[in-house]
Design a protein around this ligand. Structure first.
Ligand code: FAD
Length: 403
């Protein structure tokens, strides 16, 4: 918080003028700090007599050593296990092995026998040592408050030092509430995770400042250390049915007997399933991506033809989505989707960091660009320097010939 030392203040009003957020007003000769203060520190720097300072209250937990193990919230909803759960188990396994601890999966569903049959085993086959299953009819519909309460109860009981969850619609909706309730730090949309060599603290890396830098964030004073990761960023382990693990089924009512039990403030009136036939570029093995170099929306017609021949889909940069050439579900990048196809053919895409953040995990990257210095060539496995209007027809003809 911002602290004023009235003894030192000379009522000059410079802090009021310097505040970029208009959060300071002079009243009775002293600065009064309003709600819009972001603790940016501009006023502190501007105060020539040192009357203003920022105090950062460090919350330090006394039981840090009691928190052990890695837990992954595995998203199972409407009869489907979200693939990001398996990807996170793969990464969680790596971290747990480095730490010499167990990897536990948290799984919610309506009924253990029947609905969740086989799901816990699948999680074990993908790396989990133990699966905590919470089954209750109330959990069959996603409701933030309920999912949050159950997750918090599990974390308080089993005390994992690291918690991972998918940055999906569901994960984004309730994991922040879990972090706030636990008084824990949370880093959203991590692109890589690691452990600090000296003390095993989780290093959580994600793009910051519009993707211009990669920031590594640590939450060293509180537990659990929580991170969300977008789908397709981490790699799932191959299924191994010889892996052994334990399944523990918990009675939801017993887990959250107090603080509202299984009641929810949310009443679900209607559920609308996703639009059928909606494009899902994240599942495609081949993506033919178009950028501003296509010059207009019609440019995508050739790309669609190429994508069809290669049994792939078309994707795009944000520039062309913003231009209205193609709808948003095709966008790849920091504010679009993260993809990891076998082949990514970038046509007329410059390779801005925000785009690359969403496709750099592709197995093979082919770039076509008329500018030999385009940054996309820095990450491309194969580069073609040339005009799309000349290169694409030749490429199409050759693919047709071969297929
Ligand atoms: C906060 C933030 C989030 C963002 N999120 C995303 C995101 O999720 N995804 C994303 O893509 N961008 C994102 N951006 C935008 C990003 O910074 C770039 O502006 C964008 O990726 C550029 O798109 P582009 O490569 O299609 O266009 P340009 O940068 O204009 O590049 C066009 C390329 O085409 C080449 N070219 C032109 N004509 C031809 C031709 N005839 N033949 C061959 N090559 C040709 C040019 O040499 C050039 O390299 C974000 C930006 C910000 C600030």
């Amino acid at each position: 918080m911002l602290i004023l030392d009235k003894e030192l203040c000379i009522s000059c009003g410079v802090c009021e003028e310097s505040c970029p957020f208009g959060a300071i007003t002079m009243q009775d000769g002293y600065p009064v700090i309003g709600d819009t203060c972001t603790l940016c520190g501009t006023c502190v720097d501007s105060c020539s007599v040192g009357a203003l300072s920022i105090s950062v209250e460090k919350v330090e937990q006394s039981d840090l050593d009691e928190w052990r193990g890695v837990a992954v919230y595995c998203e199972y909803y409407r009869g489907e296990l979200n693939p990001v759960s398996l990807e996170l188990l793969g990464e969680g396994r790596r971290l747990a092995d480095m730490r010499g601890v167990e990897l536990n999966a948290l799984l919610f569903g309506s009924r253990f026998s029947g609905e969740l049959d086989g799901v816990a085993e699948e999680l074990i086959a993908h790396g989990a040592d133990r699966v905590y299953v919470v089954a209750a009819e109330a959990l069959s519909t996603f409701r933030e408050d309920l999912y949050c309460r159950v997750t918090v109860a599990l974390l308080r009981r089993y005390k994992p030092e690291i918690v991972l969850a998918g940055a999906t619609a569901i994960g984004r909706a309730f994991i922040p509430a879990v972090a706030v309730t636990m008084h824990a730090g949370l880093t959203a949309d991590c692109t890589s995770l690691d452990l600090r060599e000296s003390d095993g603290v989780l290093l959580q890396t994600r793009p910051a400042f519009g993707g211009n830098i990669m920031a590594t964030i640590v939450c060293e004073n509180t537990r659990p250390q929580m991170a969300t990761v977008r789908p397709r960023v981490m790699k799932a382990l191959d299924r191994d049915d010889t892996r052994a693990g334990e399944v523990i089924v918990l009675e939801a009512g017993e887990l959250v007997p107090e603080e509202g039990g299984l009641d929810s403030r949310v009443e679900v009136l209607e559920s609308v399933a996703g639009v059928s036939g909606a494009v899902n570029i994240q599942e495609a093995k081949v993506l033919v991506a178009g950028g501003r170099g296509l010059e207009n929306a019609e440019g995508f017609e050739l790309l669609a033809e190429l994508a069809e021949l290669l049994d792939g889909k078309i994707s795009a940069s944000r520039a062309v989505v913003d231009a209205g050439w193609i709808p948003y579900p095709h966008q790849v990048g920091q504010t679009g989707k993260t993809v990891a196809p076998k082949i990514y053919i970038a046509c007329g895409i410059s390779g801005a960091v925000q785009h690359v953040a969403g496709m750099q995990s592709a197995e093979t990257i082919v770039a076509i660009n008329r500018d030999e210095n385009a940054p996309i060539f820095n990450i491309a496995d194969y580069g073609i320097v040339g005009n799309l209007s000349e290169v694409l027809p030749v490429l199409l003809a050759r693919v047709k010939e071969l297929s």
